[in-house]
Design a protein around this ligand. Structure first.
Ligand code: G3P
Ligand code: CA
Length: 407
């Protein structure tokens, strides 16, 4: 259910504030509705639909993006990988087995292979082995067995251009501004295959009239080199450095690191052994500020969790469901990362917020709204969410508690 901010009839002040946050208009720290919000620009946090309405429909499809826009997302997020013929398509992984029905297609059985992706050995069918025409014969599937499966195979894999066209058509029809948040996925991997993505992305944004700092566009990557390259080649949109981690040490709440999410793959290739954690230090943030406008950290860098440790040194299954996961842990007090990043002039968009109870720390009592509230109160500038409607409900509640009108 969309919040008031996204009702069809919106007051002019609300539209002006949204346009400001999306970079469509000049912002003022005294904008209406800005009261009491600790974001970098004083505006309510943005709701970024992670891979579209991926909690409801097969991710990164036109249908998932359209649903997210209907639900009221400020921004739709997409991951870009390359086809064999060099077309940018929206998939989270080059391995198509993870998000399409390719494994059930006898005509492609011989394409199955084992290869390294960013240092991780994977078996499957890979986007660089398929032309766009071949990929268009596949159907997208849910990447989470606990989410709706009835849409599997019904929707196609879109090109990035098709998503740009969808956004443009929707804006023309509704007048509602919607921003995009494309990510160069595995950029070194694709460059090594002779299928670099960056110049194509810049050309497409130029063609769409979206290559400016004020454009409703956030370009993201886990690899600093990809962002720096695009900046050097004339990309002028807002740029976001993503910051990953593998897991949490349930004993201490410290973030753990493992291939392929221990560091940018370009660092691994160069023999640089530092992990992503160097990016959240004051020096790391200052370095990021030299080429980017914001950070997209895994949410555990802002609010981590801690379990209860048993005599065997392992985390205890507190709720007795036979599994040890986030639901058996307690959320800790927020770190200083949001304040540190804001001090460095960077906005902060943590990922990824999900409704499933097993993914919520015990102190949220199974209510995902409580998790959003903890992050909104910590001053984040936006959230990547699989459930746009829940993020909006939480934002309306947050703005109410801050005494400001939800826009
Ligand atoms: O791009 C930000 C966020 O989407 C990163 O998480 O899992 O989609 O790579 P993931
Ligand atoms: Ca992503």
């Amino acid at each position: 259910m969309p919040s008031a901010r996204f009702a069809t009839q919106r007051p002019a002040t609300a539209l002006a504030a949204l346009a400001c946050a999306l970079g469509l208009a000049a912002c003022s720290s005294t904008s209406p509705g800005a009261g009491g919000v600790a974001t970098l620009d004083g505006q309510p946090p943005l709701v970024v639909a992670h891979r579209g309405a991926s909690g409801y429909l097969p991710e990164e499809t036109l249908e998932a993006y359209a649903r997210a826009i209907e639900l009221g997302a400020d921004v739709i997020e997409m991951d870009l990988v390359s086809t064999k013929d060099g077309v940018l398509i929206t998939r989270h992984d080059p391995n198509l087995a993870l998000s399409t029905d390719v494994a059930s297609r006898p005509e492609f059985a011989a394409r199955k292979r084992t290869m390294q992706v960013d240092g991780e050995t994977q078996t499957g069918w890979f986007s660089q082995d398929f032309t766009l025409a071949e990929i268009k014969r596949l159907g997208a599937i849910s990447t989470d067995a606990e989410r709706p499966q009835q849409y599997n195979g019904r929707y196609k894999v879109p090109t990035f251009q098709e998503v740009l066209d969808l956004v443009k058509a929707t804006q023309q029809r509704t007048g509602k501004p919607v921003a995009i948040y494309p990510e160069t996925k595995n950029p070194t991997f694709f460059r090594d295959l002779g299928l670099p993505m960056e110049d194509k992305l810049i050309a497409m944004l130029n063609q769409a009239g979206l290559n400016s700092k004020a454009a409703p566009v956030f370009v993201q990557s886990f690899e600093p080199g990809s962002l720096k390259y695009m900046k050097s080649k004339g990309l002028r949109t807002k740029l976001i450095q993503l910051i990953d981690g593998d897991g949490v040490d349930m004993k201490t709440g410290a973030i753990t690191y493992a291939v392929p999410v221990d560091r940018p793959y370009e660092w691994t290739k160069a023999g640089d052994k530092r992990n992503f954690d160097v990016m959240v230090t004051p020096a790391g943030l200052a370095e990021i500020k030299t080429y980017a406008d914001g950070i997209g950290p895994w949410k555990r860098y802002i609010v981590s969790i801690k379990g209860t440790i048993g005599a065997d040194g392992k985390a205890i299954d507190i709720n007795g469901d036979g599994k040890v996961n986030d639901a058996d842990a307690t959320a800790l007090a927020p770190t200083t990362l949001v304040a540190d990043a804001h001090r460095a002039g960077l906005f902060v968009h943590p990922f990824t917020f999900r409704n499933e109870k097993r993914r919520l720390a015990a102190n949220y009592q199974g209510d995902p709204v409580q998790e959003y509230l903890a992050f909104y109160r910590a001053g984040v500038d936006g959230v990547f969410t699989d459930f746009t409607d829940t993020a909006l409900t939480a934002r309306a509640q947050f703005m109410k508690e801050r005494g400001a009108a939800a826009r």
